[in-house]
Design a binder for this molecule. Structure first.
Ligand code: 5AD
Length: 341
């Protein structure tokens, strides 16, 4: 069911009712279990120039880095938080790091760990997608960012709108599980544009979708624009859960920038069923500039506390394993997925 504007802009009791419905649906679908994934950010080189992102190529103030395979492998194999079942390898749009670090790292991790592997690496050539999949990655995270083509190009979001959507479709058609997402509260976003994100998400072959609150990023042309409303963002997450009960919906770390201290917890109360623990080595973390230099780092302890406080539990089954057991693929998934617990 498509969300209504009454839902998206609800307040007070109507908003509470929306959020509890979303929480209940997620609990029924996933048996109170939340997926825990680690993320390593492997490069902040980026050939894109998104107006909202601090890693944009025009940001000359940023010290660019590429991670070292051996260091990361050691970290993930021997020092990862015990609760994670999956790892997401993320970077700016940097084909060099894909060849030099990501592909070897996936091979190593497949050999040495049982972790499911997601990647979030931008729009790449088909041949690289194939190599990544053959190496053992199964989930591709590629946000469509903005549903309105005019706003997409105004924000100089990655490549072109058309290309981005084509890549999402192609990835899914070639066997990837695809998770996408959009930004709420972006400067210039109209009510219609915000709603059209749901219409778009519904038509795409997705297995998951995120909502990120717009953060006026340091060192971007939008640094003095207003921060997204946390309530609007949470309402969007809840509406997404109502629209697609079986999708994997993350509580993104930016929720805590939109509402320090509690944003993340509230995400778990609006139907999110995936959380991410940041494992990027601390010496380069500050340069992975999606939002602010002063990053809010999600540690395992913070996350486990938040999950327990919401009456939820870490999923013992990994995300990659969960997708495998789910009947069929995206868009025609089984209704009840109690095995996630
Ligand atoms: N506010 C919100 N989301 C952002 N992203 C990048 N910069 C911002 C920002 N300032 C999101 C984009 C991108 C993902 C990695 O981070 O959706 O795809």
């Amino acid at each position: 069911m498509m969300p209504t504007s009454e839902q998206i802009w609800s307040q007070g009791e109507a908003q509470e009712a929306l959020h509890s419905r979303a929480t209940k649906i997620a609990a029924e679908q996933f048996g109170n279990a939340v997926f825990l994934r680690g993320v390593v950010e492997v490069s902040n080189f980026c050939r894109e120039n998104c107006a909202y992102c601090g890693m944009r190529r025009d940001n000359r103030n940023l010290a660019r880095f590429r991670a070292d395979h051996d260091k990361l492998a050691e970290l993930i194999i021997h020092h990862r938080p015990a609760s994670i079942t999956d790892i997401n390898i993320q970077s700016g749009e940097d084909p060099v790091v894909v060849r030099e670090v990501v592909l070897p790292l996936i091979n190593t991790l497949r050999r040495e760990t049982p972790l499911g592997i997601s990647v979030c690496l931008g729009t790449l050539d088909d041949s690289l997608y194939t190599e990544l999949k053959n190496a053992g990655a199964g989930i591709y995270i590629i946000k469509y960012e903005i549903a309105d083509p005019a706003l997409y190009s105004k924000m100089t979001a990655p490549g072109t709108y058309k290309e981005r959507i084509e890549h999402i479709r192609r990835l899914s058609a070639s066997g990837w599980k695809v998770s996408s997402g959009f930004i709420s509260g972006l400067p210039g976003q109209t009510k219609e544009e915000l709603l059209s994100n749901f219409a778009l998400a519904r038509t795409l072959p997705l297995d998951g979708c995120s909502v990120s609150p717009f953060i006026p990023g340091d060192e971007t042309p939008l640094s003095s624009s207003p921060l997204a409303s946390i309530d609007l963002t949470l309402n969007c997450m809840a509406a997404l859960r109502l629209m697609k009960p079986d999708w994997v919906i993350p509580a993104v770390s930016a929720l805590n920038l939109a509402e320090p201290g509690s944003g993340y917890r509230r995400g778990l109360r609006t139907g999110a069923n995936l959380v991410t623990i940041n494992m990027t080595p601390s010496d380069v973390r500050g340069d992975y500039l999606l939002y602010k230099r002063d990053r809010f780092i999600m540690t395992e302890e913070r996350i486990l506390n938040a999950i327990a406080a919401e009456g939820l539990k870490p999923s013992r089954q990994g995300l990659a394993a969960f997708y495998k057991t789910r009947a069929g693929s995206n868009s025609c998934a089984a209704k009840t997925i109690a095995t996630a617990a």
